[in-house]
Design a protein around this ligand. Structure first.
Ligand code: MEV
Length: 327
């Protein structure tokens, strides 16, 4: 039996614009993880996959190319050179909010690829994991930039431009973030589609917004590399204004963002596809409790506190011991 984990993720800056070739910054969130367990199954049972958190249970033979997890299994077996797979039972679990902008789909697929490689006794490079997972992301997201599969597969903060090799980002000082789940599911495919339709109607305006987001991303990179949290907070706020102009915020997200700012966050914004899902607030460590309490009082369903540091774990362990999770 082999087990592998993969983290959730947040986009610090640049979501949506990244689909149109602009840079973005993302980081893994080790406080919520997806886990895959692969075990040999009784003879003749074939390959069965069960992911009860997303209410899926199927046999590999039964499903087509529109089932993201089957796409991942087939692509991984092809990479492994396994033409006739042995009988396998694959179980997937995740405590990453689904359709919440935290990369639950990418994390499930990443854990699955890793566990399969481990089952067949092979080591796999993050680039390979990321490429396989991208195929399933296309089914979840429509026209994804590739940022989710990249950050989850590499498991460290990245500077990402579509079609280019991701660059690791090294914060000069740790960044403390409070992540708040609005409890409103919002599939990324839908928000990416909504922005696409807006872009088709108002190409020039959208391109200007994307350019402005790109400038914020450049400045955010500098702020992170210089450990300038005050500036980074202001850039979060500015990015949120541009995301609102793209139509991907919502009343619920706006309320949470305002609550975080009023409670002393350095800046706050939606993270991921938007319209629902999660917001992120950059805070000084001593404001974690105040901001978390304010977010809860404003309706957040779940709060995760994470730190983005210079070095993320090189391998993929289970939860980090210093992780704090307030439910
Ligand atoms: C989703 O985490 C980020 C989006 O920019 C979509 C993508 O980049 O594929 C909204």
């Amino acid at each position: 039996m082999t087990t592998a984990n993969a983290p959730g993720k947040i986009i610090l800056i640049g979501e949506h614009a990244v689909v149109y070739g602009r840079p973005a910054i993302a980081a893994p969130v080790w406080q919520c993880v997806a886990t895959a367990v692969v075990a040999s199954a009784p003879p003749g049972s074939g390959v069965t996959i069960s992911a009860m958190d997303i209410h899926r249970r199927f046999s590999l033979d039964e499903v087509g190319e529109d089932e993201p997890l089957a796409v991942v299994v087939r692509a991984t077996l092809a990479h492994l050179g396994v033409q006739h797979p042995p009988d396998l039972q694959i179980e997937l679990h995740s405590d990453i909010p689904i359709a919440g902008g935290l990369g639950s789909g990418a994390a499930l697929s990443t854990a699955l690829v890793r566990a399969l490689f481990a089952h067949f006794g092979q080591v796999v490079e993050p680039e390979v994991v990321s490429a396989i997972v991208y195929e399933s992301e296309r089914l979840y997201h429509g026209a994804p930039s590739g940022i989710d599969n990249t950050v989850v597969a590499f498991g460290q903060p990245i500077w990402f431009i579509k079609g280019k090799a991701a660059e690791p980002l090294r914060p000069a000082a740790p960044l403390t973030l409070v992540i708040a789940d609005s409890g409103v599911p919002s599939p990324t495919k839908e928000t990416v589609g909504a922005v696409r339709r807006l872009w088709e109607r108002e190409t020039e305006r959208c391109e200007v917004l994307f350019d402005e987001i790109a400038v914020l991303a450049q400045r955010a990179r500098l702020a992170i590399e210089q450990g300038d949290r005050q500036t980074l907070g202001r850039l979060f706020d500015a990015d949120q204004t541009l995301l609102e102009a793209l139509g991907v915020s919502s009343e619920t997200l706006d309320r949470l963002i305002l609550a975080a700012r009023r409670a002393g966050a350095l800046g706050a914004k939606l993270s991921g596809g938007g319209r629902g899902g999660n917001i992120i607030a950059l805070v000084e460590p001593e404001r974690v409790d105040a901001v978390s309490t304010a977010l809860k009082a404003s309706g957040a369903r779940r709060i995760i506190v994470t730190q983005i540091e210079r070095r993320s774990p090189p391998s993929l362990p289970s939860r980090r011991p210093e992780a704090r999770e307030l439910r």
